[in-house]
Design a protein around this ligand. Structure first.
Ligand code: FAD
Ligand code: SIN
Length: 528
């Protein structure tokens, strides 16, 4: 058994920020189920929201976040995260993140701030249109220089380990079983504190902007360990992903709309002004639903995003990634509109935590997209996610440090992984078929627009799949695919159960059976 002070599961913005901020005398394991850079963070485009412009205010950022969140944001959490934004951007600068800058009117260098949906002000700090790669690469190169951090790539956490503390009679999280993909072995890792930084759940839907690792593992592990999970019905669909028969879903950043891109129907007419006064810069739920509505009304496969009014030099400077990616699919964004569709993008819910990232299971923390702090409410505002990862990582580290210094290390006895009752599986087709089926059921029945009947249908099918997958899991040797599938079906179940509990439409949850918001009965989180 390996033992650490802290085990961080996940190496995106959340996990890396925790690893870098922990005092160097702690012995830390940083576990990542693929290559270390692989995760949503690397693909983030638009940037990180923070009040950096003297003409902007924390009050405005707070008001915009509350407005996007449709009455469910926790105001104290919003305030804490917004107020710490500038400090975290400065921390990233110290780490060496190369943010885009420009020369101000008075001749000094300042951040180039872009704008995105829901923001009343330009406040998105970015590195051209590949902010996530700049952040991830910088933080990874820093953490590689930390002798106290052991990096374990291609290691997938399977389940948390819980132990009863004899002195306090309290159940604590004391580690996790971890699958080593290279050897096929399951490691038993003991840690005094475990941090879930496992990101989101996009792969539960057929079409998603998320990378393959986004299978909700941390949320599933926390649920099985008895943690509270909230707001799973609030899955955000990004309005503009590239529509092309050869493309896996590729995101086209909202910053394009921030810089003037318009959404068009095939006849070249705009439609967003008739849906919201902020038109293309309305909150994301409004834009995604409007696109879905127009596609269904007119029987379209896609709508179009047009930025061709801007000069080529402007586009090459600000959107080199979008320009290059579209060119690879034969689309010249400087001259023609881009075909786009919405796709699953972000989970506002997750493992319930407080501002310190503490879950209801002692010694277990959750940070980043896997957590539900109360910042996003029913709909996340663009670029508030990376901000949340950074701020909560920092407060979580304060709490972890205090805990480790206050509570003495204890010897825990942990049963090793038991594989004595499983055999080698020879029906991998069951795994791949179940993957496809879950993702299609979720897309067809639990998507942007829901109904009671669709949710019922989805629940029946997901329940059958869950029984089959659990049987498979308890009979055959483990693999990464199987670990993820077991989590994915649980995530699907939690989303459906939460969606069924919310008998109103609010933020990202829209149902034809209850089309209006009901503040009398539902102005609260959905807690499972
Ligand atoms: P991630 O960065 O997703 O990292 C999760 C980590 O957990 C990975 O290392 C993964 O391998 C690991 N992991 C998962 N399961 C296991 C397991 N079982 N065992 C071991 N390791 C595991 N937000 C913004 O604020 N601004 C943006 O501009 C922006 N653009 C985006 C663009 C795209 C295409 C996408 C997909 C998202 C975007 N978002 C943006 C959202 C934001 O990127 C994510 O919410 C954020 O990066 C999540 O960070 P994280 O550290 O929580 O998770
Ligand atoms: C984007 O660049 O459009 C994504 C921003 C986000 O998800 O916050």
């Amino acid at each position: 058994m390996q033992s650490y002070d802290v085990m961080i599961i996940g190496s995106g913005a959340a996990g890396l920020s925790v690893a870098l901020a922990l005092p160097r005398h702690f012995n830390v394991a940083l576990i990542s189920k693929s290559q270390i850079t692989e995760g949503a963070t690397f693909y983030a485009q638009g940037g990180i929201s923070a009040v950096m412009d003297p003409a902007d205010t924390n009050a405005a950022h707070i008001a915009d976040t509350l407005d996007a969140g449709s009455g469910l944001c926790h105001p104290d959490v919003v305030e804490h995260i917004v107020r710490n934004g500038r400090d975290r951007i400065e921390w990233l600068l110290e780490q060496g993140v190369p943010f885009s800058t420009r020369t101000s009117k008075s001749g000094h260098r300042e951040f180039h701030l872009t704008q995105e949906g829901g923001h009343s002000h330009r406040r998105v700090v970015h590195a051209a249109d590949a902010t996530g790669a700049a952040v991830e690469d910088t933080l990874v190169s820093r953490v590689k220089g930390y002798a106290n951090v052991t990096l374990m790539e291609s290691h997938a956490a399977i389940d948390l380990i819980i132990s009863l503390n004899q002195a306090t009679k309290q159940k604590n999280c004391v580690g996790a079983y971890v699958f080593d993909e290279a050897s096929g072995d399951v490691l038993t890792i003991n840690a005094r504190v475990v941090v879930l930084a496992t990101g989101g759940v996009g792969k539960v839907y057929l079409y998603t902007s998320n990378p393959n690792v986004a299978t909700g593992d941390g949320i599933a592990m926390a649920w099985r360990a008895g943690c509270r999970i909230a707001n799973m019905e609030f899955v955000q669909f990004h309005p503009t992903c590239l529509y092309h028969h050869r493309a896996k879903t590729i995101l086209l950043t909202e910053a394009l709309r921030g810089e003037g891109a318009e959404l068009l129907l095939p006849d070249g007419s705009r439609f967003m002004p008739s849906f919201h006064e902020r038109a293309e810069l309305a909150p994301r739920d409004v834009v995604a639903r409007a696109i879905d509505h127009e596609m269904k009304r007119l029987g379209l496969n896609c709508v179009y995003l047009d930025i061709s009014k801007k000069s080529k030099s402007f586009l090459l400077e600000h959107f080199p990634n979008a320009y290059q990616t579209c060119a690879e699919y034969g689309i010249d964004i400087t001259a023609e509109p881009i075909p786009v569709v919405p796709a699953a993008h972000y989970l506002c819910g997750g493992v319930v935590t407080n501002i310190q990232g503490q879950t209801n299971l002692p010694h277990l923390y959750a940070v980043g997209e896997a957590a539900c702090t109360g910042l996003h409410g029913a709909n996340r505002m663009a670029s508030n996610s990376l901000l949340e990862c950074l701020v909560i990582a920092s407060t979580a580290v304060e709490s972890i440090t205090t805990l480790l210094e206050r509570v003495p290390a204890e010897n825990v006895e942990i049963a090793p992984w038991d594989a004595s009752r499983v055999i080698k599986g020879n029906e991998d087709v069951i795994i791949s078929h179940s993957w496809d089926e879950i993702r299609r059921v979720m897309w067809d029945y639990v998507g942007i627009v829901r109904t009671n009947k669709r949710l019922e249908r989805a629940q029946v099918r997901i329940n059958i799949l869950k029984t089959e997958i659990n049987e498979f899991y308890s009979s055959f040797h483990i693999s990464k695919n199987l670990i993820e599938l077991r989590n994915l079906v649980l995530i699907a179940e939690l989303i459906i159960r939460s969606a069924k509990l919310r008998k109103e439409s609010r933020g990202l949850h829209y149902t034809l059976d209850y089309p209006n918001r009901d503040d009398t009965n539902f102005q609260s989180d959905t807690i499972l």
